[in-house]
Design a protein around this ligand. Structure first.
Ligand code: PMP
Length: 378
């Protein structure tokens, strides 16, 4: 069939984002009753009852458009982080904010810099805007800030830093972050993506908000998807100078954060001590999983997030498939050549689920299915 409608030239080179496999797919495919989705770094601790109650109390209002300025949510965020409301920009997930940032600041001829492997949505959105992407390899699994600085040229518009890094789980420490910020030219936007900051408990982890006054070219992105278990309603936020927020607001869709999402996020901010306890549970399970992986001599990258990158030393799509058949969905890293023998496992808050995953990995390892050798019978 001949198409007469043509997309922009750059669109030909893009492929759609591949999300984690939904539970229902695997249930139907393998006739399983119970399937654990540990593929998309959601926080599986569950939403606070008060948040659910507030959603229910307001559900009849969904016939109205949401508040386009999301004043209640912005007001709560502003109080919570001691910033001004005009310094906050909201998105349907921080994913949407990444897209808005690229639309707002990039055009053909510009380049952006990010580490690799790191979050893939930066490069995908930059490409949509026909910008060039420079990928800087990680060094010992961490951002190589010196190499990032060396990659900057007069066409560089944005540097994306995910801290911690998805899918790796390591973080950039205070001294390296400060070293980097002092050297970046002030006309380059630094997007510091702290999607997983609540899961880090290291003293030398930099809090991006602390640097906003000193570095007006910085935007800090955060999300309600991870720590507040609200991935399904899509709310993310950026904190930055008024000037940057104002530019981005000019391209933002009028009602981008829906009514339910605004209520859920605003209500969540009243429940922070509950969520802190839930996050502590995940951290405890992280310790458990890492200890078990170490005992089983399975290599992994020590994590500061709610997921772990595990080296399965063989084609990760095969391990993914084997685990699916047993009711566990993970994220295979096949397709990213530097880590194509790795899977990314979201940490469940439930000990029995994590135990089950370790059991499956151990079985694969010791049933003669030594990592590195594919066995046809499975
Ligand atoms: N940044 C990073 C580093 C992420 O891992 C994710 C989620 N995968 C996002 C941003 C986007 O999160 P959300 O759109 O759910 O806020």
């Amino acid at each position: 069939m001949k198409y007469s409608i043509k997309p922009r030239e750059i669109i030909h080179s893009l492929t759609p984002y591949v999300p984690g496999t939904p539970v229902e797919n695997i249930k139907n495919r393998y006739g399983l009753k119970t399937v654990y989705k540990l593929a998309s770094n959601e926080n599986l601790c569950g939403v606070s009852e008060n948040v659910i109650r507030e959603i229910k109390e307001n559900i009849n209002e969904i016939s109205y458009y949401p508040d386009g300025d999301a004043l209640l949510l912005k007001n709560r965020l502003a109080k919570f982080f001691c910033v001004d409301e005009k310094n906050i920009i909201l998105g349907a997930g921080s994913d949407e904010l990444i897209m808005y940032i690229c639309i707002t600041f990039l055009e053909k001829g510009d380049n952006v810099i990010q580490s690799w492997p790191a979050f893939i949505r930066y490069l995908q959105n930059a490409k949509i805007m026909a910008a060039t992407v420079k990928l800087v390899p990680l060094k010992n699994w961490k951002h190589n800030v010196k190499a990032i600085i060396d990659s900057i040229d007069n066409k560089t518009k944005i540097v994306f830093i995910d801290n911690p890094i998805n899918p790796v789980g390591t973080y950039l420490d205070i001294s390296n972050f400060e070293w980097f910020m002092k050297r970046v030219p002030k006309n380059i936007l630094i997007v510091l993506d702290e999607a997983y900051f609540e899961f880090v408990d290291k003293k030398d982890y930099p809090d991006g908000l602390y640097y906003l006054k000193k570095f007006p070219n910085l935007i800090v992105l955060r999300t309600f998807s991870k720590s507040y278990s609200l991935a399904g309603v899509r709310v993310g936020y950026g904190i930055c100078s008024f000037e940057i927020a104002d530019w981005i607001n000019r391209v933002r869709c009028p009602f981008n954060v829906n009514r339910v999402a605004q209520i859920a996020a605003a209500a969540s901010l009243k429940e922070t001590s509950l969520y802190k306890r839930k996050i502590a549970k995940i951290k405890k399970e992280r310790e458990y999983l890492q200890k078990e992986l170490t005992n089983a001599k399975i290599e992994f990258v020590p994590s500061n997030t709610n997921f772990i990158l595990i080296n399965v030393k063989q084609d990760s799509s095969i391990v993914y498939e084997k685990l699916c058949r047993k009711g566990v969905i993970v994220r295979p890293m096949k397709g990213i050549k530097e880590i194509e023998n790795y899977i990314r496992l979201t940490i469940s808050p439930k000990r029995e689920v994590n135990k089950y995953v370790i059991k499956l990995l151990n079985e694969m390892r010791y049933q003669g299915l030594v990592w590195g050798q594919e066995v046809a019978s499975l």
